[in-house]
Design a protein around this ligand. Sequence first.
Ligand code: NAD
Length: 468
Amino acid sequence: MATTTKKKSSAKKAAKAANNAVHTNGVRMHISDGIPPKKAKGTFSEVPGKYCVRDISLADEGRKLIQWAESRMPVLMYLREKYRKSQPLKGLRLAGSLHVTKETAVLVETFAALGAEVSWSGCNPLSTNDAVAAALAKAGISIFAWYGNHEDFYWCIERTIDLRPNLTLDDGCDLINTVHEQYADFARKEIIGGTEETTTGVQRLRARAAAGKLYYPVYAVNDAITKWDFDNVYGTGQSTLDGILRATSVMIAGKNFVVAGHGHCGQGVAKRAKGMGANVIITEVKATAAIKAVLEGYRVMPMDEAAKEGDIFCTATGVKDIIRKRHFLAMKDGAIVCNTGHYDAEINLQELAEITKNKRTIRENCEEYTLKNGKKIFVLAEGRLVNLAAAEGHPSEVMDMSFSNQLMCHLKLAQAYKEGKKLPNQVLHIEPEQDEFIAETKLKTMGIAIDKLTKEQLEYINDYTAGT
Ligand SMILES: NC(=O)c1ccc[n+]([C@@H]2O[C@H](COP(=O)([O-])OP(=O)(O)OC[C@H]3O[C@@H](n4cnc5c(N)ncnc54)[C@H](O)[C@@H]3O)[C@@H](O)[C@H]2O)c1
């Protein structure tokens, strides 16, 4: 029986775990000889080896939410029906680690409808919808996830690995990292491939591939146009404002709203904050992104300056330590601080704690820090992505395209496997044809027609002699 490490393990710990592992035919077995206990106290609905959710009696509530999402995800539902009969994922086992929302449930049930055996965990301690998790468990999906899962985050991921997956689906690389660091033999020999949903996860994958430590091919779903330019921009934009409002109910109009990072997510957040009447300030490290912000009419300045001016701060960089002690000390009394980047590393809460004399919860997802200098700072959702922790994540309509990309990539991995093709152990790009197909299908479902290039126009584009 391998040890179950619930924290990110160092290489040393992983090596120790490897020594303790049972081997069968050279492949490490983690499964079969019992499941170690989880740490969390409280009541759970649990069938060992099958599911562990907060309360299975929430299943009917969750089912209605899933049906709501299904009715707004026509591309994914079309793909589900298109492939239901041919069962292209039959015989494959898929482990996923991605926010357990109603939209994710539609994806999970699509995988199952196409023949895959699925096991799922959340990818953030605060993003699981307990009703949705209960509905999936009741429908027979193996799932280990609950809201507020701080202690057993990696325990849940390990339970999904018990399925011995040959496909993985990640949002932020926690599953891939666990498989690679603790089950390297298994990853090399049994996993066909995987997908990664978010920008930070893709960055981690590229670093892993560059170090020669990626043991199977992984599609960078995030980088599809029909994902990155829509989900991250419009999805994060709307849902982040939604999260801030649910956690605070403050008026946005007239506030100085600081957005750190003017990339995809930051652009979306800034657009929506501006639309609600905020004065947007952008901080950046990339000159081109900063110029875009200037031309949008925002003020651009370093965080040291913005810290003094902001009423609301939202980080969207994917980089750590964006807001630190000196920034907190410079902030106005009553400033609101939150993050919408993948990890909770963007706001340095440890440094905030060092200058805090008192902390209390004001309302759900809103904590008041009274600093030793007497000022108050309000931190939302523990510095975790505010749109999922305090609201419901992205709207179904935009996740329709992201998750259609996820499904199509897994279909490709399955097809390559069945045809005996070995894809390289690299970060794989999404082909333009996939983006075109998803965008065209999405437009059709929206009842929107567009023009087609004529034969003459095509010839004109390709005519290198054409000029003034
Ligand atoms: N909340 C959500 O639901 C959600 C959805 C998608 C992505 N994400 C996450 O949001 C983060 C951003 O993703 P993205 O797609 O916008 O990435 P991106 O690469 O498009 O944009 C990030 C921007 O941050 C800037 N930046 C980097 N370091 C900075 C610093 N120190 N100060 C100011 N700006 C800095 C970069 O120059 C870049 O312009 C990632 O962690 C991603 O995984 C969250």
